[in-house]
Design a protein around this ligand. Structure first.
Ligand code: GAR
Length: 202
């Protein structure tokens, strides 16, 4: 049987992309990475993906008049690549309805905090500055609000006495690389449904 086809969207380093690619290649996640898309040509992750032999595409948001135009161009290319699931992996753009409606409940995002706390940029630094004793990461389905949709997986990371935002971010990233494959595997291999905001696995 054909494996579900993933599209991964990045804007930067792409370490979460690499963890997804590795999990697909090892068979831990029963899926195939069909295409990697970056909105930035200088994203180190897109060079890695190209070197790795993955289909790659750079579509800069600067070349489109509106967010919707940019999102439409990306969704068309994802459709061309027969993508069924979209993984946002450090993709630093809010998605418009054009994008979200093209893949209903089939877009995932990872955020470096325990949502709904510390959404937005620099979630790790926000958590450290706030003084929480436990932070972590969240993999969630994407809706129209920033870092907001139904939660699939969370992993906790204790904040240590001698942490700063950078050290905490490094330890959260280790857990992100476990959480994203874990969430994908669960959604692709187990029956699940939504009950309001709650993702229920059967
Ligand atoms: C990750 O920490 C991810 O959780 C965060 O960007 C980083 C990307 O790293 N995403 C967000 O903050 C989304 N709100 P990566 O490019 O090495 O995967």
């Amino acid at each position: 049987m054909a494996l579900p086809r993933l599209g991964i969207l990045i804007s930067g380093t792409g370490s979460n992309m690499k963890s997804i690619v590795a999990a697909c290649e090892s068979g831990e996640v029963p899926a195939e990475v069909a295409i990697v898309v970056s909105n930035r040509g200088d994203a180190p992750g897109i060079q890695w993906a190209d070197d790795h032999g993955l289909e790659c595409l750079v579509l800069s948001h600067r070349e489109y008049a509106t967010r919707e135009d940019h999102d439409r161009a990306i969704t068309e290319r994802l459709r061309d690549a027969r993508v069924e699931w979209v993984c946002l992996a450090g993709y630093m753009r809010l998605l418009s309805a054009v994008f979200v409606d093209a893949f209903p409940n089939r877009i995932l995002n990872i955020h470096p905090a325990l949502l709904p706390s510390f959404a937005g940029l620099h979630g790790q630094q926000q958590a450290w500055e706030y003084g929480v004793k436990i932070s972590g990461c969240t993999v969630h389905l994407v809706d129209l609000e920033l870092d907001h949709g139904p939660i699939v997986v969370q992993r906790a990371v204790p904040v240590l006495a001698d942490d700063d935002g950078t050290r905490l971010a490094e330890r959260i990233l280790v857990e992100e690389h476990i959480a994203y494959p874990e969430a994908l595997k669960a959604l692709l291999t187990r029956p699940w449904r939504l009950d309001g905001r709650r993702v229920l696995f059967g």
